[in-house]
Design a protein around this ligand. Structure first.
Ligand SMILES: Nc1ncnc2c1ncn2[C@@H]1O[C@H](COP(=O)(O)OP(=O)(O)OP(=O)(O)O)[C@@H](O)[C@H]1O
Ligand SMILES: [Mg+2]
Length: 254
């Protein structure tokens, strides 16, 4: 069980008019319990705080206030590497690229071995059928979709208790999204992985047992997709236009 208690994250900001320093609240007093082995989707408008919340859980950001309790233990002060050893793993929205590093290197680190059979097994598990892919360099030449597949494979290879995927489908081709949803469901069901998927994609929202809607740093809805539909439709008032006038657009980009 992963429990968030009054999680708050504020960043320093300078008022553009007065020049006065102030604090901007990105995550606003969030309390929520993720039950073990459940599949969650976290959605909400751009800039609403989804990735920030994921990074607070992983320990990449330190909360301004609040606590995280994992399996009964307070891990608020625990560094990232220890959280990872304790079983919490995060797949970045924008994974890092490393010149001179291959997928084989990253996967071997995630698995804790470079044994070819074990690498092959995890490749099959994540649906990458060509072993040639192992020798792909994880550098700037990798496509947007390829790097997301590599990131997802390295999360799964760690057999996490809690897997957090931040927009795993970004840049992924249409034909791969269905199998990706199936893969995460399978990992969730077979390994009882508590799964948190940050996504805007309906396929993930439908697959989730519980959907969390985040708006302006607060959870504004928890439940199933059908219950969230009126709120999601309400968010779609945002439209692109060639002027900045109009109340709807002003609300969307706030
Ligand atoms: N360390 C930080 N310092 C200053 N601002 C930050 C920091 N971290 C996040 N923010 C701001 O907080 C807001 C929420 O960011 P976040 O990345 O969590 O959004 P998101 O919901 O994941 O959006 P998207 O759907 O676009 O990925 C953004 O406006 C972002 O610029
Ligand atoms: Mg994000």
């Amino acid at each position: 069980m992963l429990k968030l208690q009054n999680m708050t994250f504020k960043v320093p900001e300078t008022d553009s008019d007065s020049g006065d320093p102030s604090l901007r609240t990105i995550i606003d007093d969030i309390s929520f319990t993720f039950e073990s082995g459940r599949f969650y989707a976290i959605t909400g408008p751009n800039g609403s705080g989804k990735s920030t919340l994921a990074k607070l859980i992983m320990g990449i950001n330190a909360p301004t206030k609040g606590d995280i309790i994992f399996n009964g233990r307070n891990i608020t002060e625990m560094p990232i590497d220890e959280r990872s050893k304790a079983g919490i793993v995060y797949g970045f929205q924008h994974p890092a690229r490393f010149k001179g590093t291959t997928f084989r290197d990253l996967l071997s680190i995630a698995l804790g071995t470079d044994d070819e059979d074990k690498l092959a097994r995890v490749m099959a598990r994540v649906g990458v059928c060509s072993m040639d892919f192992l020798d792909k360099a994880v550098d700037s030449k990798l496509s947007g979709g390829e790097i997301k597949k590599i990131e997802l494979a390295t999360v799964i290879a760690r057999n996490p208790q809690v897997a957090i995927y931040d927009e795993p489908d970004t840049g992924i081709d249409l034909w791969t999204i269905g199998p990706m949803v199936d893969l995460l469901k399978r990992e969730n069901e077979k390994n009882k992985t508590t799964t948190l998927v940050v996504s805007h994609n309906r396929a993930f929202l439908e697959a989730a047992e519980t959907l969390l809607l985040i708006k302006k740093g607060k959870i504004t809805y928890t439940g199933d997709l059908s219950g969230a539909m009126p709120m999601l439709e309400d968010l779609s008032v945002c439209s692109f236009s060639d002027t900045c006038e109009g109340e709807d657009n002003a609300q969307c980009y706030r």
